[in-house]
Design a protein around this ligand. Structure first.
Ligand SMILES: [Fe+2]
Ligand SMILES: [Fe+2]
Length: 660
């Protein structure tokens, strides 16, 4: 047994990549020394769990008449089902059979006390993996996460190699159908033989135009290495509990999670941890969820990226998959009380024939979205709300840097402007932001493809409401976990260039313009980590969530901030930090023409029909004429941005780009 100072000997995926790119100095140290064991501790078997677990209730199809469920057991129970009753004692329960799928899940190796076992492998000074004469990695020793701490550990920069063991389990999917609208139901999932879950409850959606409320939170991003250091599943569970308390238990209709449930989707422990710690919420409210990039990430070995696990999200979450397209998640839509929700999948970025540019949203998906939204509008949808993971507009760097987002932003903005999408709920960038209502401008006119809509505003009880903006507001409620990013644009162009060389193309004017698109935005967690570099900071004690109250003619949006370190037993306080609304005429969704209103501050009357119609026609023309040019120019831009980023190693770009 030898005693080492962690930083010198431990190297992780990120560290090794960064050292290879000669970007950073080696990891500067954990809070304490860790003893290296020569012998690997005995690996404990994963315990059998036949009580239905990892249960999540989800919206799939029409939430006024149905609800979907997903859960797991270790062994197969052929008679698995969901029981649904209108009474809490489950009297006269209806039964809906479940479909079981055998899955091979991979769990991190743990010792007999439940601590993860890490292997410390040797790296050369250049950051290359050291191998022996057989080509195997040189292993310095082993240790567990029983006593780890410190920012390098929690941010994932000092984590050793975790090995996984395969366990065959069963994922169950069931749907309750032909239910009554506006009705509270009680349910249990499971089987007679294997046992049933606790009794959960959900309420079906109501009539068109009835007011409803949902909560958005995002990027809980539970990482296995923090289970015993700074448990993100605990922060995530607490964030949504406080959000529900804030809105009032009776007032919450459903919950939208905009992706990155977990950090490393391949490591099943992360799903177990977050779904079980959020169990009470899952038992009480349906989720509607978009997949995040991390929801298909694998652990990788010795500093190399592993293959994506694109099936993991849909194995855990029972949502629709339009076009049967599963690519680290799926895309689908549903109506809730007359509002149309479209959940997109920004993991649609695989290099395939139909998606040569590896766009975050591929051609097939965008064509589906167009048809789906046009159909919804024709059917009288009063609002169209998009939800997806990778932001088009946010205050941290991903929105203007992720190449798969840049490859599609012009096309995406043009499409959603044409379709008059009202709200876009986003994740991925781990900052809080809300834009003004934005319209599309082609790339030739502006790099961001956004311009603040010329919309009137009105005051409703002291809150600014945009009146008939015919434009999209983009919202990002930071994180429900502990990982935060720097709100780089707020700090000016010099800071942007210093911490993001690949955004060197931005001028001071560009940064100013981009900032002017936002009504609100910041990184609420104060940290020295962002002073002169972008850091993978994962020690935040500030989480955010957004609450959307939707009536036939108004949407009210409140962004809240929670502060307090759970791991230090600090009190957690909830503060309203930003509020706005959108209001429009009730008949607009049906396409009925309204006379423009010349009056002031008329919250429920149409005001801008004429001028925006003109505008949108012009912008369509421009966009058609200029679409070729726009591709050219974005290629130029991306080349330029690659050039400018040569200071940063390619590997580091990759690792950072995919990090959120
Ligand atoms: Fe992400
Ligand atoms: Fe994320």
């Amino acid at each position: 047994m030898s005693k080492i100072s962690m930083p010198r000997r431990m190297t992780s995926l990120f560290t090794s990549l960064l050292i290879a790119g000669q970007l950073l100095t080696p990891v500067s140290g954990l809070a304490q020394e860790v003893e290296l064991l020569d012998e690997k501790p005995a690996v404990a078997e994963v315990a059998v769990n036949d009580t239905p677990n990892r249960l999540i209730t989800t919206i799939k199809g029409d939430p006024s008449t149905g609800m979907a469920f997903n859960w797991y057991t270790t062994n197969l129970f052929e008679d698995a089902k969901v029981l649904v009753s209108t009474s809490e004692d489950m009297a006269d329960a209806q039964e809906f059979a479940a479909e079981a799928t055998e899955v091979v899940n991979e769990y991190g190796e743990r010792d007999e006390n439940g601590f993860f076992i890490y292997e410390d492998v040797a790296y050369t000074e250049e950051g290359e993996l050291e191998t022996d004469e057989n080509g195997d990695p040189v292993i310095n020793g082993y240790y567990t996460d029983e006593n780890v701490s410190g920012p390098e550990w929690t941010s994932g920069d000092a984590v050793g190699q975790l090995h996984l063991q395969e366990v065959t389990e069963y994922s169950y999917k069931a749907e309750a159908t032909e239910l009554e609208p506006n009705t509270t139901y009680y349910y249990q999932v499971g089987s007679q033989e294997g046992g049933l879950s606790e009794v959960g409850t959900f309420t079906t959606a109501g009539e068109e135009g009835e007011t409803f409320t949902f909560i958005q939170y995002t990027d809980t991003q539970n990482a296995y290495w923090n289970e015993h250091a700074r448990n993100e599943a605990e922060f995530g569970a607490n964030t949504i509990e406080l959000a529900i308390d804030t809105v009032g238990e009776e007032n919450v209709d459903f919950i939208m999670h905009t992706g990155d449930f977990v950090e490393t989707a391949q490591v099943e422990d992360e799903w177990v941890d977050i779904l079980e710690q959020t169990k009470e919420t899952h038992l009480s409210y349906p989720f509607a969820s978009a997949a995040g990039n991390h929801d298909e990430y694998s652990i990788g070995m010795y500093g190399e990226y592993g293959d994506a696990v694109p099936e993991k999200f849909n194995e855990h979450v029972n949502v629709d998959a339009a076009n049967d397209a599963i690519s680290g998640g799926s895309y689908y839509s549903y109506d809730y009380n007359g509002a149309h929700f479209v959940v997109l999948n920004s993991n649609d970025n695989k290099e395939e024939d139909e998606n040569g540019e590896s766009k975050a949203f591929g051609e097939e998906q965008l064509e589906w979205a167009r048809q789906d939204i046009e159909e919804a509008r024709a059917n009288g949808a009063n609002w169209v709300v998009l939800a997806y993971h990778k932001p088009i507009f946010s205050k941290s760097y991903h929105s203007l840097q992720d190449s798969d987002v840049q490859a599609v932003r012009d096309e995406f903005m043009s499409l959603i402007d044409e379709l008059d999408v009202d709200l876009a709920l986003q994740g991925h960038d781990h900052v809080v932001s809300a834009t003004y209502p934005l319209n599309y401008v082609p790339t030739e006119e502006n790099f961001s493809n956004g311009v603040v809509a010329d919309a009137e505003t009105t005051d409703v009880d002291g809150v600014e409401y945009f009146v008939n903006p015919e434009a999209t507001v983009f919202v990002l409620p930071n994180t429900g976990g502990t990982k935060t990013y720097d709100d780089i644009y707020s700090k000016g162009v010099e800071h942007v260039h210093a911490v993001r060389p690949s955004l060197e193309w931005m001028t001071g004017e560009d940064v100013e313009y981009y900032n002017s698109l936002f009504a609100y935005g910041n990184q609420p967690q104060e940290s020295e980590a962002f002073t002169d570099s972008h850091s993978n900071w994962r020690d935040s004690s500030v989480q955010n969530f957004a609450v959307y109250e939707v009536s036939e003619t108004e949407i009210n949006v409140k962004i809240y901030e929670i502060e307090g370190d759970l791991t230090a037993d600090e009190e957690r306080t909830v503060t309203l930090v930003h509020e706005f609304g959108v209001t429009k005429d009730a008949a607009e969704g049906t396409g009925t023409e309204e006379e423009p209103n010349e009056g002031e501050a008329a919250s429920e009357e149409s005001t801008t029909e004429e001028s925006t119609t003109e505008e949108s026609e012009t912008s369509e023309e421009t966009s058609t004429e200029e679409s070729e040019t726009s591709e050219e120019s974005s290629t130029e831009e991306s080349e330029a941005s690659e050039e400018s980023s040569t200071e940063e190693s390619e590997t580091s770009e990759e690792s950072e780009e995919s990090a959120a």
